[in-house]
Design a protein around this ligand. Structure first.
Ligand code: HEM
Length: 426
């Protein structure tokens, strides 16, 4: 069976559950994906036959040929409606892209993320010795940093109401509820077409709720954005920005911390440096740069999107690295094993080693492949890395941390999503 014509919807429920389970397992075990990637890099013709590319050169090539390999592959999994990431180029794409850049310019990172990280760390220090990294920390750091996306309309969005008294009643409980809603909408993009029916149903319910809440507050959002576009344009962008910004950053933060704790020596080194800096930990530029480099390297080992997909609108071919080009029939799909490209020894020196200070030379753009590549790369790339850097600096100011094993599982999953990550302050 050719992957390019692979249709999960045609599978019987049992087979779909099985393939979904395998997909989630592989997502959590990136070393296995990397091993598969190494085989496909070695014998690219095999991947080519199934519409999968793994070599860095091939992955970059596909991501740069935006006309031949289309982002519409995402569209089917966007349960709350169309948005930039799943569109082909055109006037709507260009207008939405300008808007997202404008909204991102309003962010004040790392100041805002530092501020919230410090606040949350103080709360954690005063509290129990165990806490949930996601619900007790990362969710809030990211939420606070992202507030300027909706600016003065943030409370209206969270309340789902233009009513001043409803907005006045916005508390952490409501904010949490909003963040869970957008989490499941984003989760559908991560789970992709393999998601089981139950998962889809939940994502669709949350997608409907998100649409309804935004629909009620397009007025305040338009005012906050200083635009008088048609409300459908505001709605599309507001819905899209809500689910695309927060959950992926939170999940990436959890993956970064998970990978760091799995490398006790690296964690100890950073922790000791943070300790020796004392009060200067938040303002020392060298330390921040180094933590940022660590965040990127940790993301390389645990990218939230180890695979990307593209639609093939019309017949074409692609260079996989094999002697012959692979045929890509129109109407099919291509899978990009980006995690394999991030470990391609022909592009990344000493690729298997954890090395935050690696000199990437002319391959520096590849370093950010966790955010895509080329024209369609994530516009929030640097903001997201800055936010995760603030979050990690905050965690390094705490006494030593471990996963809170012993009271059941420290990490609980929901498909490809991490629901909670219990930590213990030792
Ligand atoms: C650590 C956090 C994040 C990661 C790992 C991430 C990852 C990605 C990736 C891999 C893509 C490209 C997908 C593809 O080429 O198929 C992408 C696109 C995008 N991301 Fe992010 N993202 C993050 C945070 C954010 C945030 C905070 C925003 C907020 C606005 C955002 C907005 C977007 C948008 C609008 C696109 C579509 C760009 C286009 O198609 O032109 N992302 N992101």
């Amino acid at each position: 069976m050719k992957l390019s014509t692979y249709e999960p919807d045609a599978l019987p429920p049992g087979a779909r559950s099985l393939s979904y389970g395998l997909f989630c397992w592989l997502n959590r075990h990136t070393t296995v994906l990397r091993a598969i990637g190494a085989l496909l890099r070695r014998w690219p013709a095999i991947g080519g036959r199934f519409g999968v590319v793994a070599r860095a050169s091939a992955v970059k090539d596909v991501l740069e040929r935006t006309r031949s390999f289309s982002n519409t592959a995402h569209a089917a999994n966007m349960v709350s409606g169309d948005y930039l990431i799943g569109m082909d180029p055109g006037p709507t794409y260009t207008a939405d892209r300008d808007l997202v850049h404008e909204r991102l310019d309003a962010l004040d990172v790392p100041n805002a993320s530092d501020e919230e990280a410090r606040k949350r760390i103080a709360i954690l220090q005063a509290g129990e010795r165990t806490f949930d990294l996601i619900e007790g920390y990362l969710m809030w750091v990211v939420f606070h940093a992202m507030k300027p996306l909706f600016g003065s309309a943030t409370d209206a969005v969270v309340a789902g109401s233009t009513d001043q008294s409803a907005q006045g009643a916005v508390d952490e409980g409501l904010q949490r509820q909003y963040m869970l809603e957008i989490r499941y909408v984003a989760g559908q993009l991560l789970a992709g077409s393999l998601a089981t029916l139950e998962l889809r149903r939940r994502a669709e319910t949350c997608g409907d709720a998100l649409q309804a809440r935004i629909d009620r507050v397009t007025g305040p959002i338009g005012t906050a954005w200083g635009i008088k576009s048609a409300s459908e344009d505001i709605e599309r962008n507001a819905v899209g920005l809500a689910w695309i910004s927060h959950p992926v950053t939170v999940q990436s933060g959890a993956l970064v911390v998970q990978e760091l704790l799995g490398r006790p020596k690296v964690y100890d080194q950073l922790w000791l440096r943070a300790r020796s800096l004392g009060d200067r930990v938040w303002i020392d530029a060298d330390f921040r740069r180094d933590v940022r480099d660590h965040v990127l390297e940790l993301m390389r080992f645990r990218p939230i999107f180890p695979l990307l997909a593209r639609d093939v609108p019309r017949d074409t071919e692609l260079q996989t690295g094999a002697r012959q080009n692979a045929k890509c029939p129109g109407g099919g799909k291509i899978s990009l094993l980006s995690v394999a490209a991030l470990f391609d020894p022909s592009a990344v020196p000493d690729s298997g080693r954890f090395c935050p200070n690696r000199n990437w030379g002319k391959e520096d753009p590849l370093r950010y492949l966790m955010f895509g590549y080329g024209y369609r790369q994530c516009p929030a790339r640097d903001h997201a890395v800055d936010i995760l850097t603030s979050a990690l600096i905050g965690l390094l100011t705490l006494p030593r941390l471990q996963l809170a094993r012993g009271e059941g599982k420290a990490i609980t999953y929901d498909g490809p999503l991490m629901l909670s990550m219990r930590m213990r302050i030792t």
